[in-house]
Design a binder for this molecule. Structure first.
Ligand SMILES: [Mn+2]
Length: 285
């Protein structure tokens, strides 16, 4: 495992340490290289894990406890500092290692570009993969200052790989004009997440789904700790209601990205992220 070094961290609430024995695996991916505005997502995984310990193991809504969920925390994937392509390759290989042994990855980011190598690995095992994204931004730029690998191009990279018809983008309220033209080739829903999820749920039921939750889909009032906050987002209650609609979907991989603790002095963003991850994990029971 020297090629894919894992760093020991505090574990997520209720997680086992031996990921080889668990079907569901949390992986921290502190990628923080291409952020265009405020950096700092490399500290996201650590902060989300820390805040997870303020939550209950049990959810009165799902009537399930993390104690009875088969999941482990593999720690953080160590990334070669400053080496973007090397980092992306390592993320893809790690997700591949999980999927090749029937583990289901739940990634804590990190910036949104990490979704690209994670999806690439998933496509090897699930060529009919559906991409479900909740994000304030379309991330549909072709490039940023000439560079095609960026957290603002990630959904365009995926669109070019899988085609827009298998992508469902929800909660979008910010994108450049040409990016919006590309976004219209996907199933894009502006502003809202809950109503679109009610409409789309049956359509994607049974299909292998990669779910990507960018915390900035939530209004900055509830989730200020992120690199590129965008006003007029969904509430934390709407996020929980929308997450409940993921029940019984065939999620083969997921990530939760863009938590940047430096702008989160009250830690509510990391706490909301931890709560979201708890709900996702409880659904795997
Ligand atoms: Mn975003």
């Amino acid at each position: 495992m020297t090629e894919l070094p894992l760093e020991y961290t505090e574990k997520f609430l209720g997680a086992e340490d031996n990921w080889q024995k668990s079907q569901n695996v949390i992986l921290g991916v502190p990628l923080d290289i291409t952020t265009t505005f405020r950096p700092g997502t490399r500290f996201g995984p650590r902060e989300i894990r820390f805040l997870s310990h303020s939550l209950e193991l049990y959810s009165p809504f799902q009537k399930r406890s993390l104690e009875r969920i088969d999941f482990a925390d593999a720690g953080d994937l160590m990334l070669p500092a400053g080496d973007l392509q090397g980092s992306l390759n390592r993320i893809e290989r790690m997700v591949d290692v999980f999927l090749s042994d029937s583990h289901r990855p739940f990634i804590l980011g990190g910036e949104h570009l990490l979704t690209w190598p994670a999806v690439k690995a998933c496509l090897k095992y699930h060529p009919d993969l559906v991409i479900l994204v909740w994000d304030a931004h379309g991330d549909m730029r072709k490039d940023k200052d000439g560079y095609s690998l960026n957290h603002g191009t990630v959904m365009n990279l995926i669109r070019e790989a899988v085609g827009g018809e298998r992508m469902y983008l929800m909660g979008v309220r910010s994108e450049c004009e040409t990016g919006m033209e590309r976004a219209r080739e996907t199933n894009i829903f502006l502003q809202d997440v809950l109503e679109p999820m009610k409409r789309v749920r049956e359509e994607i039921m049974g299909k292998p789904v990669y779910f990507s939750l960018d915390i900035d889909v939530v209004d900055p009032a509830f989730a200020p700790g992120t690199g590129a906050p965008e006003p007029a987002g969904i509430t934390s209650r709407e996020l929980m209601s929308a997450l409940a609609l993921l029940e019984d979907l065939n999620i083969v991989g997921a990530d939760l990205v863009e938590v940047a603790p430096a702008y989160d002095p009250s830690q509510i963003t990391a706490l909301l992220a931890a709560r979201s991850m708890r709900e996702l994990l409880l659904m795997q029971g």
